[in-house]
Design a protein. Structure first.
Length: 258
């Protein structure tokens, strides 16, 4: 595992607790988060088998990698991200696990693939990350991903995907979802801002958190195009087939087969 040493104040940190805390915060926004992970891993097994080499794209704390290795103990995972705080949690969580490699790289850097330890993967998986990209850089990224997936391999993106043709449906879903989120907040759930406030208080994460906000700022301004747009763009980028394999009223999993 590269760059996985935990030193100083980080040595005594309960990284698994931080991993669980991140999961709870994400579930506040996406109550069906585990269902999309299950579908992704079902399709990995169906298309490339139970011992895949996986690229966990924009891996964050390693949520996909964690579930991948629990379900497929003989799998390997390369996680790539730029966020120093989330990578610190991932490195602490997977420290000593030879199945996991973690790489710091900016997916908007044209040369980011050069930082990877290999040039081909059975599967590339990503969740709740690429909506920060505008369409042009996302199209470029999809072309790079197509070059990393082996023939017969699979790419899946689980994310928020909008549909401009259904504004009333979208508005009703959003109002219903936000009402549920407010009830959960009243019961003590941490939202994004509150979670980062807690991370900034932890001596092991205070520095990486400050660095993270220096890189990204408070908010990003990407897009969330429709699932159909993702499928069309993936096919144009070199995948043979692409379509939605799971959807909620606001999110979808788009699968592309090389």
């Amino acid at each position: 595992m590269t760059d996985s040493e935990v030193t100083g104040s980080a040595a005594g940190t309960d990284w698994r607790s931080w991993q669980r805390s991140w999961d709870r915060q994400q579930e506040w926004y996406m109550p069906d988060r585990e269902e999309r992970f299950r579908i992704m891993l079902d399709m990995v097994e169906a298309l490339v088998g139970p011992e895949p080499s996986v690229l966990d794209l924009a891996c964050g704390t390693g949520s996909i990698t964690d579930r991948l290795l629990r379900r497929f103990p003989k799998a390997t995972s390369t996680g790539v991200d730029l966020d120093p705080a989330l990578l610190a949690i991932a490195r602490g969580t997977f420290d000593g696990d030879d199945r996991v490699t973690l790489v710091t790289a900016d997916l908007k850097d044209p040369a980011w693939t050069a930082a990877l330890p290999r040039t081909s993967f059975d599967a590339v998986l990503t969740a709740t990350a690429l909506h920060w990209f505008h369409r042009e850089p996302l199209t470029t990224l999809y072309g790079q991903v197509a070059g990393l997936v082996r023939g017969g391999g699979v790419f899946m993106n689980a994310d928020h995907m909008t549909d401009a043709s259904t504004p009333r449906i979208d508005a009703a879903e959003r109002a219903h979802r936000h009402a549920g989120m407010e009830r959960a907040r009243a019961a003590g759930a941490l939202d994004w801002s509150a979670w980062w406030g807690e991370a900034a208080k932890d001596p092991a994460l205070a520095g990486p958190t400050a660095e993270r906000f220096a890189i990204y700022g408070e908010h990003a301004d990407g897009e969330a195009p429709s699932a159909d747009w993702h499928a069309r763009t993936l096919r144009a980028s070199g995948f043979g087939e692409a379509r939605t394999v799971w959807a909620s009223p606001s999110d979808a999993v788009v699968l592309a087969l090389k």
